[in-house]
Design a protein around this ligand. Structure first.
Ligand code: ADP
Ligand code: MG
Length: 321
């Protein structure tokens, strides 16, 4: 099967091309480029992510999960901006055109595309070491995008869901020793939180006009909070006891739970600041207040300043680098 047969069979599928709002895609796969149709009065929202084996995902993976995760991670950046997903492109580099692998990958991609209502509109297919590049496109009403820079002293600091799940899920993927036996339901839940994160697009859109700043947590709460603090020119004070965790995490000792909630990456829940008066308007959303925005700088945990970035960084040579 050649490149074009492969594209036609695994990527030009109706389920992938029509996963999102059909009105948003004027021209999809098949020409030299795609045409998108944003709603009048909207701004374009664009983000790109690459996934490299051994860096962004472990060697032990299932192609269906891998595809789901690759797309969800990319869409999460749209959620963080308060955008509505429209379409995505896929730059896929593969060592071989293994049909079983491609079928499984295409299925996971389709599941994620449908879950997030985003259509595959184009891409590129090349041979080489496995690499997945995804660009996502969305729209947001002009001037309504959520940014990292608007947090103000007095605002509440909130997260959109439990923390630490994906780090625990990764420990399971890597077969790390368990402190206590884990029931099947907890195992399934944590693995799904690592392999099948749900980008919080609906929450992001609901936060428009309410949140003063927002971002998604991909590299761990402390590190990402550091970015938000810097962009906004404020200090973020977090209460460790207020961090939300799922019941499945409680199989691990408290210290491990806290470390994963603070430093584990890959949860893809939203982190945002909210004027106190706006909290009541989000009554139906399962959000958690984890701290406060204050004048100053940096991230503080239970009154103590956090040194360094406290999360994952590429190109970082040593702990003090
Ligand atoms: P070109 O050579 O003009 O860049 P290609 O031959 O690479 O175009 O691709 C042909 C069509 O197939 C284009 O519409 C392109 O967007 C689409 N395409 C190629 N690879 C993928 C892929 N992995 N997923 C989705 N669409 C793809
Ligand atoms: Mg061309």
């Amino acid at each position: 099967m050649g490149e074009f047969g492969l594209i036609g069979r695994y990527f030009q599928r109706a389920v992938l091309q029509q996963a999102g709002d059909p009105a948003a895609v004027a021209l999809g796969i098949g020409d030299d480029a795609a045409l998108l149709e944003p709603a009048p009065g909207c701004q374009w929202v664009i983000s790109t992510d690459s996934l490299v084996q051994g860096v962004h995902f472990p060697e032990q993976y299932c192609p269906t999960d891998l595809a789901y995760r690759a797309l969800a991670v990319a869409v999460s950046d749209l959620a963080a901006m308060g955008a509505r997903p429209l379409g995505f492109t896929l730059a896929l580099t593969l060592p071989t055109a293994d049909e079983a692998w491609l079928g499984a990958f295409s299925d996971g991609l389709a599941q994620c595309a449908v879950d997030h209502r985003i259509s595959l509109i184009g891409g590129d297919t090349t041979r080489g070491p496995l690499n997945i590049g995804i660009s996502v496109h969305g729209e947001v009403a002009r001037g309504r995008a959520l940014r990292r820079s608007g947090a103000r002293p007095g605002d509440l600091l909130c997260v959109g869901g439990p923390l630490g799940d994906a780090a625990a899920g990764l420990a399971l993927v890597l077969d790390q020793p368990l402190p206590a036996p884990l029931d099947e339901a907890s195992r399934d839940y944590l693995l799904a939180r690592f392999w099948r994160p749900r980008a919080q697009c609906e929450l992001g859109q609901a936060l428009q006009g309410l949140a003063s700043a927002a971002m998604d947590i991909s590299d761990g709460l402390l590190q990402d909070a550091g970015h938000l603090a810097r962009a906004s020119g404020v200090a973020l004070h977090i209460q460790g006891a207020d961090l939300p965790s799922a019941p499945a995490l409680r199989h691990w000792p408290a210290r491990q739970q806290l470390d994963w909630m603070l430093r584990g990456g890959d949860d893809y829940v939203l982190l945002f600041s909210l004027p106190v008066a706006a909290l009541a308007q989000l009554g139906d959303w399962p959000i958690t207040v984890i701290g406060r925005v204050e004048a100053g700088q940096g991230v503080w945990l239970d009154g103590q300043p956090i040194a360094g970035d406290g999360g994952y960084q590429h190109f970082k040579e040593s702990a003090d680098g």
